[in-house]
Write a protein that binds this ligand. Structure first.
Ligand code: HEC
Length: 178
């Protein structure tokens, strides 16, 4: 009993402190990156792997001297068409990261998750990524040409509406708005 009397007040104080901290801190899984950082970290390198598979040289790329340390997915242990498969799936999965609530753009504006055009462009990217995945699985150059084209179109459609802002449109501060 005496243990309990000694222990409880401390526990209560701890719980009060913990809940006050939780109220102020962002949720543990809050986005750490802005939208541009997700694009630079995942979409940019992954789509380059898909674009590279369009070229004739792709068939003759040799693995790096130590493929387990390669910074080029195509020359890594998971190289060649497998790298294209993984890059395609990275694009597909990245659409979930793009649409997670709470992420901001460099402009400080929230990612426009409610905007129907934005929603459509995300869906187009997902479809293009799935198409590229199928093309990579079948190791078919014609299919990858078509899929890579659709990936590029998906990127540029969204960018022309939500990223590329001329000074008279408010410049970079207007990114993620229409
Ligand atoms: C659904 C809309 C959308 C799609 C699809 C999209 N982007 Fe983006 N992208 C944006 C927006 C909006 C920004 C600006 C984000 C910011 O400023 O935080 C951006 C920024 C970027 C940036 C950073 C540019 C900078 O100024 O730093 C890169 C790189 C990029 N995108 C690459 C891609 C690639 C490659 C694809 C296709 C595989 C793609 N994006 C598809 C909306 C999109």
């Amino acid at each position: 009993m005496s243990m309990r009397r000694l222990f409880l007040p401390g526990t209560a104080a701890f719980l009060m402190f913990a809940s006050a901290t939780a109220a102020q801190a962002p949720p543990a899984n809050a986005p750490a990156a802005n939208l541009a950082q997700v694009m630079r970290g995942i979409l940019f390198p992954s789509s380059n792997v898909i674009f590279a598979a369009q070229h004739d040289e792709f068939a003759t790329v040799r693995p790096d001297a130590d493929p387990s340390l390669s910074t080029d997915p195509i020359k890594s242990v998971y190289g060649g068409w497998e790298a294209v498969e993984n890059a395609s799936l990275a694009l597909v999965e990245a659409t979930r990261l793009i649409t997670v609530p709470g992420r901001q753009c460099t402009s400080g504006k929230p990612v426009p998750l409610q905007d129907p055009d934005f929603v459509k462009f995300v869906a187009d990217l997902r479809a293009a990524g799935l198409l590229a995945y199928k093309a990579a699985q079948s190791k078919d150059q014609d299919q990858i040409l078509d899929a890579a084209d659709k990936v590029g179109v998906a990127c540029s459609h969204c960018h022309s509406m939500f990223r590329e802002k001329l000074p008279e449109q408010g410049g970079e501060a207007s990114r993620c708005t229409k």
